[in-house]
Structures are given as C-alpha cells and as structure tokens.
Design a protein around this ligand. Structure first.
Ligand code: UD1
Length: 377
C-alpha cells in the first residue's frame, strides 16, 4: 500500500473477486491512479483463484498486483459471504477506507457493501440498477441488496435509473455514467489478434471455418441434471451443422462430471480451457454467433455486433435486445434450435448504433464524481 505522503488523500477500497469484476475495475483503477487525487487500495477477495479465472486477466488488462488478497475461495453462498464479511470487516477496522467501491453483482459485491454500510463507510456501486426480475438468480439478490445500501449508484443505462427510482432510491444518489466494460473492450480491441488467436487456440483448420462460441455457467442451466441434459441434446443437434466451441467454466466442468454428461457434451462441443481476456475477445470477433447465459457477453456482443442468443428466461440487460444484437431465447432447448434456424447471416445484419454512453469514457465520468465527492467529504 502506498505510504502516506504529506497531505492525506481520501482512501478508496476497490473490490474485485471474480472474473467479470476485473474488466470493470481495470479502467476505473487506471483513471484514479492517473489523476492521483485519491489513494486506491485494490482488494482481491479471491472468489476466483485459478490462474485462468483470475491472474491472466490482471496480465491482459494491465491491472497491477492487488494490495490486499483476502483468499476466501469457493463455498456455499452463506459460507462464502460469511467468510468474506468477517475478513473484510477486520480489514476495515485496521485500515479504514473513506469509501468502498464495488462492481457488478457477485457475492463479494454484496458482502463488502454490507460490511461497509454497517461501519458507516460510504459505498459506491458500479453497474447499479440492473434487474432481471428473477430472484432465483443469486446475482439478483446481490444487486437489490447492494443498491439498497449504496450511497453512490453508477448506472449503465437509463432503464437501470428507472429501476432504482421505482425501488425508492433517491435521484441524487443515481448517476448515469455509462458502461465500464465497454471502456475495457474498446481500449483492448487493438491488442487482440483474432486470426492468430483462432489459429493458436482452435487450430489452423478454423481460420476460415464458421463456429458458434458457447459460454454457459448459470446454476439454472448447469446445476440441474434435466436442464444440463436437454442443453447437451440441443448442442448435439446444432453441432451437426456448425462447430461449437466452448471455453468450459469450472462450475460447468464440475457439473458435467457429477451428472455423468461429460463424454456426451464433449463429443458435441469442442471444449477448451477458460480463456484470458484478449484470447476470448479475439475469438469473439470471429464467432458467427454466440450462445450464452453470461451477462457481460450480452453487452460485448452488442458493441461488436455479433449475434447473441441468450439461453435464459430473463435478462437484466434489456438494452442489449432493444438496441443490440442480443435475443433472449429462453430456457427450452427447442427455442434455441428455432432461433439458430432464424439467424440472419452475420454479413446481412447491419450494426445498430451502440447504446448511449457506451463510448469508452464511463470510467472518466465515474472518477470525476468520485474525485468531487470524496474530496468534499
Ligand atoms: C460467479 C458469480 C457469477 C459470475 C461468475 C463468472 C456469484 C453469485 N456468482 O459464479 O455472477 O457470472 O462468477 O465466472 O458471485 N471454481 C474454480 N476455480 C475458480 C473459481 C471457481 O474451480 O477460480 C469452481 C469452484 O469449484 C466453485 C465453482 O467453480 O465451486 C463456482 O464458483 P463460484 O465462485 O461459486 O461461482 P461462479 O459459478 O463462478
């Protein structure tokens, strides 16, 4: 941690925990440190710990070493959240921050917000206000609770502002600042080399071959045997006409093994290890279509104009449907098969303008506000 020098700068804890957090924190941390008015302390809670779920993102996105590593790891929701809260509270006692900044909707987002707000430390939430309306998703609970506790709510779209106002959050706390994921995407696009990535990761024969890029890890799709079995059957059908490539998330890998579906799934789908940010973004630019249950990927495909079929009943990112390339196909595999048949060829689909403030400057707007508010406090 940087030693105090002369006048004390307001100290802001920036929390990261799991894979989708890294691309959100990278541009904010860089901007805070470029301006030098706040002392950013990077705290990694350790929810994701495998090299290819965490370290590679630090390298690809140029994020410096965390100042503090809590090393919490995996566990049930209560175990993970409880351990996180205990460790984070201790940290706040010994090294009190002036503000805690959390991103997204993972378990650490809610755990750290709870601790901070009970210690009367202001909480800033980046990507506030997204709502799927489905409380069976653990992330939805995390979003609702974090937003209720936050003092500063940075949103990515105007529908998120409306969600927050509907829940009684006062307008002064809400700031429509844009999408920091897009900051990372636009800043790193030129570092990617789609052709070379396809050749290295998938093999030379894929350079001119169309493929589907699949990512799937939501509990509703992979924890339930029946759901996982029906998706496997759907991929067997799709795989007969186009190759499906899937960087396999550890949760999905575990469930396929537990449910005895690993062999069938891997016969239908070309499974590879989870990829770093630059490799994944490289493949994404070459994919004919994405099939996913991820949240962030609905946004990235929207910016890149890649057709996206989301295998969920709901989305907390409706703007990717109204203004992007995303289509919600639901949780029945027949709907996915139908949607695949209806897909326009990628070349025929003109790219729609990206959503408002998805312009690569969201982190500047966020840090403008942090500077103003932290320094005034
Ligand atoms: C978490 C987030 C989810 C996000 C996803 C991205 C919550 C509630 N969920 O889900 O919103 O989309 O991250 O990946 O916070 N594991 C490893 N290595 C790791 C991390 C996990 O092997 O580095 C395994 C563990 O066995 C663990 C399982 O993956 O039990 C699931 O990990 P967990 O952190 O519980 O949730 P995710 O499914 O990754």
């Amino acid at each position: 941690m940087s030693p105090d020098s002369g006048q004390k700068k307001p100290r802001i804890f920036c929390i990261v925990a799991a894979r989708p957090n890294f691309m959100k924190i990278a541009p904010i941390l860089a901007e805070i440190e470029r301006r030098g008015r706040l002392e950013a302390v990077l705290v990694h809670t350790g929810q994701h710990y495998d090299t290819n779920m965490s370290d590679v993102f630090f390298q690809d996105l140029g994020i410096r070493e965390p100042d503090i590593h809590l090393g919490i790891g995996s566990g049930s929701h209560a175990e993970q959240t409880g351990k996180l809260m205990m460790a984070f509270e201790k940290l706040c006692f010994t090294n009190r921050p002036d503000m805690v900044l959390v991103v997204g909707d993972v378990n650490a987002t809610v755990a750290c917000s709870l601790v901070a707000s009970k210690l009367h430390i202001p909480v800033a939430h980046v990507e506030a206000g997204l709502r799927s309306g489905d409380r069976r998703m653990p992330e939805e609970i995390n979003r609702i609770v974090t937003d209720a506790l936050s003092d500063l709510l940075f949103t990515t779209s105007r529908d998120a502002d409306e969600n927050l106002l509907r829940e009684g959050i006062c307008a002064e706390k809400i700031h429509f600042t844009g999408n920091v994921m897009v900051d990372s995407l636009l800043r790193n696009l030129e570092k990617t080399n789609p052709e070379a990535t396809v050749e290295r990761v998938l093999g030379e024969q894929f350079i001119r071959k169309p493929f589907v890029l699949l990512t799937m890890h939501r509990p509703s799709n992979v924890d339930d045997l029946k759901a996982l079995e029906s998706w496997t059957a759907a991929f067997e059908t799709i795989g007969q006409t186009i190759t499906i490539v899937c960087p396999l998330h550890p949760r999905t890998a575990g469930r396929l093994q537990e449910h005895g579906l690993e062999k069938r799934f891997k016969a239908a789908v070309n499974c590879i290890s989870p990829l770093g940010y630059l490799d994944f973004t490289g493949l994404l630019q070459r994919a004919s279509v994405v099939i996913t249950d991820s949240g962030g990927l609905q946004e990235e495909t929207t910016v890149l104009g890649v057709p996206c079929l989301t295998i969920r009943e709901t989305t907390e990112r409706p703007i990717t449907i109204s203004q992007g390339s995303n289509r919600l196909v639901g949780s029945q595999p027949e709907q996915l098969l139908q949607a695949m048949l209806e897909l326009p060829a990628r070349e025929e689909k003109g790219q729609s303008p990206v959503p408002e403030l998805w312009d690569g400057k969201a982190s500047n707007r966020i840090v403008d506000l942090l500077d103003k508010l932290c320094i005034v406090q």
